[in-house]
Write a protein of this length. Sequence first.
Length: 320
Amino acid sequence: MAILTILVPILILIIAILITYSPIDPSSHILNYAPHLKPELLTVKLTKDLVKKHFNDKLLGPESFARHPKTGNVFTGTADGKIWKIDPINFHLTEIMRIGTDDDNCGKSFQYEPICGRPMGMKFDKNGRLIVVDAYFGLLSVNVETQVADVLISRGYFKDSEPLRFLNGLDIGNDGIIYFSVSSSKWDRMHYRYAVIEMNNDGKVFSYNPVTKELKTLAKGLYMPTGLCLTYDDQKSLLISEMTISRISKLNLNGSSKVETIADNLPGYIDNIHRNSRGTFYLGVVVSRYTSQDPFGFGIDIVPILDLLAPYPKIKKLMA
């Protein structure tokens, strides 16, 4: 008993210190009950005739892809800060450039990303330049022939009294306007785990006019917006994937800046979103999210860990 008398106050003090000095400041959320899905429904059986794997150990974490409108070559950016060209006919791989510093540690740890760069969303504009949004270095315009990048918006640029800290998704309208997301105004990509656990709505969406150089804030209060994609209705709206709450929202571009939910409580945490040739959209799922209904026969459902922790900010503070 004497030992407990000593240990209990010490434990309480440790917990109080951890909560007080936690790097995150999460809010409380009560999410919709995750869908009941059987894991086998999420497993896609791929045959060798449908899928082939290329460039083993050569492309480190390719994030997004862009097809050159004339040559058909495909471009991607990787976790070591490089941009690559892929010949889709001969599957020849060519390094185009590095975003940041040429360091042997690039791609080996998140701590080197701020100096190495991390290219995220990319797409070719109507002039044939590859527009790239880098999580750290800002918005870039790359000449893939000369392998030179021009900076459109530099790293650390302030807008609305906050830095553009974690740039992520990108799309370009037929009129040349560039749209991109900032997943968090507080955390950079190196600390993305904090942004995920914190689950705060400090994400934004911006537009950039490359002719007038005007940067506009289109939407605020978003939950870790990642992928962006213009809709088919004359590009009057922009679809936004809000990853931490498994939601797809639609931002009206007709001047009202209204944001509305079009798909909620999805069975996965959504990252990229892209149009396809069938008039629908592809969603890239980072990890599945579903409730396993009483898997052990005890009358207890197993819910996703982020859903389970969402209402309890103090527990999330301890985890961080």
